[in-house]
Every structure is written in structure tokens, then in C-alpha cells.
Design a binder for this molecule. Structure first.
Ligand SMILES: O=C(O)c1ccccc1N[C@@H]1O[C@H](COP(=O)(O)O)[C@@H](O)[C@H]1O
Length: 212
């Protein structure tokens, strides 16, 4: 089975085009003002218009209000909602209200953290395993942190899933081989500075993923 990739935190037409041209299966837009990758509704609409139908548009949110979700879904014509710091109850409510697939981020540092994923069965459509960020960090993701990929070996996944956290062109092959991931998600690993995506790094990452 091929490995596919989501390029997250895109905020310019040129880097979005690089992700699409390189074969990304999904692109992600961050709707969280503290993030250096945050996009306004207007920006997201312009970017979304460049995305072919075959590529999924994923909105990334941190415990969002309904109003923001509604505005972002309409502006960016989202195909899926990625939720960080949301309870299973809130994830289920968002899925029921928006009728969009929900990707629930599960922050992982230890094997015990993985068990959280089971609570999302019936509440989300995909689990995104991401590295746990420090408690005082302003972002729950997008910090280039990785976790121990061997934790995912022999884990009974409750839902389809994706791997994220500290991936880049140099480590994604090893990460996929160790974890068994068939969908990988990257943000800071294809940047030259926080929030500044790099077209060449996007191309390198996607080329490596295509070779897996
Ligand atoms: O990228 C962000 O700024 C961000 C903000 C809020 C929630 C999630 C965010 N990013 C997600 O974090 C993971 C891993 O990112 P990285 O590759 O380690 O930098 C990824 O899923 C992004 O979607």
C-alpha cells in the first residue's frame, strides 16, 4: 500500500502549489491565531481555490468555537476537520454538526497516551498521532517534536490513522517503516523558519514519500 502525505500549515500560493505538484494527498490550513501558520478566512479561501478536488483540504483547529468552524468550512471548502485538545464528546458533536470527517489529534509521549485514541472510536473518523508538546508550549503541534515511533508497533488502532510530529525528508522513511504509517503529516519539517514553508523541502519530502 502506498504512503500518502499531508502538508500542513500552508499559507502562500507558491508553497501550496508545490504541495499539490509534488503529489500531496491532503493540504492543511491552520486556524489558530497563536500559530505562525495561522491563515485568515480570506487567505484560506484564496488558497483553497487552488486545490484540485482530488486533494483533501483539512482545517486545523485547537478546541474551536462553532462560529469559527462554520466560517472556515465555508471559506476554505474544508473536507475534514483536524482537532487538537478536543474531548471525544466535543469531537463527536463537531462531526455531527458539520457532517465532515473529524481527525482527532492524540498527543503521545508514552504508551499510556496512546490509549486515549480508543475514546475517539465513534467520535472521530481518523486519529492523528502527534508528539506531546510541553505543558507551557503555546502550540499543541507544529513544533517539530517527534515521539518514539516504536510505541505504535503492535498497537491495536481503533480507527484509520496518520503519523505526525517532527517528520522531515530525512526521517520519514524510517518513521513509516517503524510505525507502519500509511499517511504522514508534516509541518515544520518542510520549513526554513517557523511558519515559512520551503518549496524545495516540500518537494524533497513528497519525493521521499512517493518512493516508499
Ligand atoms: O502547525 C501549527 O502551527 C499547529 C498549530 C496548532 C495545532 C497544530 C499545529 N500543527 C500540527 O502539528 C503536527 C506536527 O507538526 P510538525 O510537523 O511537528 O511541525 C501537524 O499535524 C500539524 O498539522
Amino acid at each position: 500500500m502506498p504512503v500518502t502525505a499531508k502538508i500542513c500549515g500552508l499559507s502562500t500560493p507558491a508553497t501550496l502549489d508545490a504541495a499539490v505538484a509534488g503529489g500531496a494527498s491532503h493540504v492543511g490550513f491552520v486556524f489558530f491565531p497563536p500559530s505562525p501558520r495561522h491563515v485568515t478566512l480570506d487567505q484560506s479561501a484564496g488558497l483553497a481555490a487552488r486545490v484540485p478536488d482530488a486533494v483533501g483540504r483539512v482545517g486545523v483547529f485547537v478546541d474551536p468555537e462553532d462560529a469559527l468552524l462554520d466560517q472556515a468550512i465555508a471559506a476554505a471548502r474544508l473536507d475534514a476537520i483536524q482537532l487538537h485538545r478536543a474531548t471525544p464528546e466535543r469531537a463527536a458533536a463537531i462531526g455531527a454538526r458539520t457532517r465532515l470527517p473529524v481527525w482527532a489529534a492524540v498527543a503521545v509521549k508514552t504508551r499510556t497516551d496512546l490509549e486515549t485514541a480508543h475514546a475517539f472510536r465513534g467520535a472521530a473518523q481518523r486519529i492523528l498521532y502527534d508528539a506531546k508538546t510541553p505543558e507551557d508550549a503555546k502550540l499543541p503541534g507544529g513544533m517539530g517534536l517527534r515521539f518514539d515511533w516504536t510505541l505504535l508497533q503492535d498497537f491495536s488502532h481503533p480507527l484509520p490513522w496518520a503519523l505526525s510530529g517532527g517528520l522531515d525528508a530525512d526521517n520519514v522513511a524510517e518513521a513509516a517503516a517503524i510505525s507502519g504509517a500509511r499517511l504522514v503529516d508534516v509541518s515544520s519539517g518542510v520549513e526554513s523558519a517557523p511558519g515559512v514553508k520551503d518549496k524545495d523541502k516540500i518537494a524533497d519530502f513528497l519525493k521521499t514519500v512517493a518512493s516508499l
